[in-house]
Every structure is written in structure tokens, then in C-alpha cells.
Design a protein around this ligand. Sequence first.
Ligand SMILES: Cc1cc2nc3c(=O)[nH]c(=O)nc-3n(C[C@H](O)[C@H](O)[C@H](O)COP(=O)(O)O)c2cc1C
Length: 165
Amino acid sequence: MADPTSTFLELAGSLDYPLFIVTAAKDDRREGCVIGFATQSSFDPARFLACLSRENRTYRLALVADALAVHLVPRARRDLAELFGGQTGDDIDKFDRCAWQPGPHGLPILDDCPSWFAGTIEARLNLGDHVGFLLAPIKARFAEGEKIVFFQSVKDAIEPGHPIA
Ligand SMILES: Cc1cc2nc3c(=O)[nH]c(=O)nc-3n(C[C@H](O)[C@H](O)[C@H](O)COP(=O)(O)O)c2cc1C
């Protein structure tokens, strides 16, 4: 019989779901990366779970941040998914290469991602090689009808700046 872990990973890798760009800030530091491991987790209270790999620079800043911003990525701005998913802040300043404004808690809000929300971090959950950041939304913008980037459309095209696991 096939190894259950490899079959599970094959199954999970065949699923499709939106990609997000998560940004974090603390004092004058700011980081951000693409995530696919993310989901709404509650209606009332409204909660969202954003999972960050312990490998990522963004994770390290999220450990000391009060809040995170979560952006949907417009399909027309796939280049932003390449910047935030294919590069690491260990090597470059991603915020020198895109347009952004400071938002709640000083979080960088990307000008070209019109749908986003900011949420305070209610809990940090050990989920394995990723840590779940449970977010309580405090501000949100929604550009209804905009087509967004999904995992399957980029998974073979963007090499993560840091390994995912
Ligand atoms: C399609 C795709 C999905 C990804 N999903 C996640 C994820 O769910 N969580 C995560 O922490 N990193 C994820 N990554 C990896 C990070 O976006 C990537 O390693 C990034 O370069 C990290 O940047 P940083 O070191 O500046 O934080 C994903 C990357 C890609 C291309």
C-alpha cells in the first residue's frame, strides 16, 4: 500500500486555494511573504488563521508584532506574488520594490492589492513546521469582483524564497 504521508501530500498539493500576501511591522522593520496555508476560522467572532513557516523572515517579525495584514493578490499583479513568494527579505527589501502605505499598527498595505484586512494577533498556534497566527480583523477593504491569484496557477512557477518546510 502507498505511504499515507506521500499520498496525503499529493492529494493536498492537488487542491486549489487563494494565495495571500501577509505583511508584518514592528517599529521601523517591515516584512512580508506569500502564504497559501490560510483560512477563515470563525464567523462570530470573526477570525482568520494565517500560517507562517518558521523558516521565513516574515515569521520572525510576526513573533514580535501585534498585528498582521493579509492581502488578496490581483491576477493582474502576479508579479507581486513572485516578489513576496520568490524572494526573501534576508536578501532584499521587498518594500523598496512595490508601492505601499502605512496602515493600522504601521502595517505595510500594498497599493496594488485593493482587497485586504488587518488583524490583531489573538494567538500563535504550534501547527508543525508552520505556526498559525489567529487574527481578529480590525480594518478591511474589499474590491468585489476582482480576479485573484490561486495556488495552482503559480505553484510550479514560483520557487519559494525560503523552503516552505
Ligand atoms: C505558492 C506558494 C505558497 C506558499 N505558501 C506559504 C505558506 O503558506 N506559508 C509560508 O510561511 N510561506 C509560504 N510560501 C513561502 C514564502 O512565501 C517564501 O519562502 C518567501 O520567500 C518568504 O519570504 P521571507 O523570508 O521574506 O519571509 C509560499 C510560497 C509560494 C510560492
